[in-house]
Design a protein around this ligand. Structure first.
Ligand code: PEP
Length: 255
C-alpha cells in the first residue's frame, strides 16, 4: 500500500498573506503521522509559510512552474526559484491551466524540469466529459503517457498522478466522481503506467483523486476508490474539512 497523501490546492486564495498564514497554522494542527500533507499555495505566500514550519510530512507545493531554467519569461517562475523557497511539490497540467493553453508537451517539459531538481510533480489528468463509447479513456491515457515521456522510468515512482475529471472540479461541477468511477480510472491509469514501465513501478506510483472531494465521501474514495489520497480545492481552504480528511486518511492506513 502506498503512503497516503493529502494535497491542498489553494488556487488564487486566500486574499492576503495574513490569512494564508492563519489557514496554514490551523491546518498544521491537524497533521497526522503516517499521512503526507501538502499545501500548494500562491507564489507570494510560499516564503512566509515556510517560516511557519514545514517538515518531511508537511510540505509546501507550488501551483505552477515554467520549464525553462531562466530568461525572458515575464510572470513565470523556475524550478530553482521554487526549490530555493522550500517547495517540494508542484502541480502541473491542472485543468484550469490546460484551459489557458498548457499542452501535454508543456506538461512533459515541466515534469522533466521538476524531476531534475527533485521537486515532486503532481500531474493532473482527466477528461472534460464522459462518453458511452469510452473515448474519454484515450484522453486520459494520452495525458498520462505524454506527461511521463521525458523522464526516466526509474523516476515514475517519484511523481504523483492526480485523476481529476474536469466535470467534477470546482463550484460549477456536475457532481464528484463516484468511488467506483475513481476505482476504474485508478486501475486504468496504473495499466497505462505499467505498459510504459512495469507492474511494480505502476503500483508504487501514487495516484490520487481530485474533484469536489469532501469529508462525506473521503473514506469511500480511499477504500472502494483505491485512491492514494486527494488533491483538494475548496476543502483545502477550510482547515476543519482539510483536517478531517487527513484524519480519515490516517484511519484508512491503520486498518
Ligand atoms: C481542483 O481544482 O484541483 C479541485 C480538486 O477542486 P475542488 O476540490 O474544489 O473540486
Amino acid at each position: 500500500m502506498n503512503k497516503k497523501i493529502i494535497i491542498g490546492n489553494w488556487k488564487m486564495n486566500p486574499s492576503s498573506v495574513t490569512d494564508a498564514e492563519k489557514l496554514f497554522k490551523s491546518i498544521k494542527k491537524s497533521l497526522v503521522k503516517g499521512v503526507d500533507t501538502v499545501v500548494c499555495a500562491p507564489f507570494p505566500y510560499l516564503q512566509s509559510l515556510k517560516k511557519i514550519g514545514v517538515t518531511q510530512n508537511f510540505a509546501l507545493g507550488a501551483e505552477n512552474v515554467h520549464f525553462e531554467k531562466e530568461g525572458a519569461f515575464t510572470g513565470e517562475v523556475s524550478t530553482s526559484m521554487l526549490s530555493s523557497v522550500g517547495v517540494k511539490y508542484c502541480i502541473v497540467g491542472h485543468s484550469e491551466r490546460r484551459a489557458q493553453g498548457e499542452t501535454d508537451e508543456m506538461v512533459a517539459k515541466k515534469v522533466l524540469a521538476l524531476n531534475k531538481i527533485k521537486i515532486i510533480p503532481i500531474i493532473c489528468v482527466g477528461e472534460k466529459e464522459r462518453d458511452h463509447s469510452g473515448f474519454y479513456l484515450n484522453t486520459v491515457k494520452e495525458q498520462v503517457v505524454a506527461s511521463l515521456s521525458l523522464i526516466p522510468k526509474a523516476s515514475f515512482k517519484n511523481v504523483i498522478v492526480a485523476y481529476e475529471p474536469v466535470w467534477a472540479i470546482g463550484s460549477s461541477a456536475l457532481r464528484a466522481a463516484t468511488p467506483a468511477e475513481c476505482h476504474e480510472m485508478i486501475i486504468f491509469i496504473r495499466k497505462c503506467i505499467s505498459d510504459i514501465s512495469n507492474q511494480a513501478t505502476a503500483h508504487s506510483t501514487r495516484i490520487i483523486y481530485g474533484g469536489s472531494a469532501s469529508v462525506e465521501d473521503a473514506g469511500a474514495f480511499l477504500n472502494f476508490g483505491m485512491a492514494d489520497g486527494f488533491l483538494l480545492g475548496r476543502a483545502s481552504l477550510n482547515a476543519k474539512s482539510f483536517g478531517e480528511i487527513i484524519k480519515i486518511a490516517s484511519i484508512n492506513i491503520s486498518k
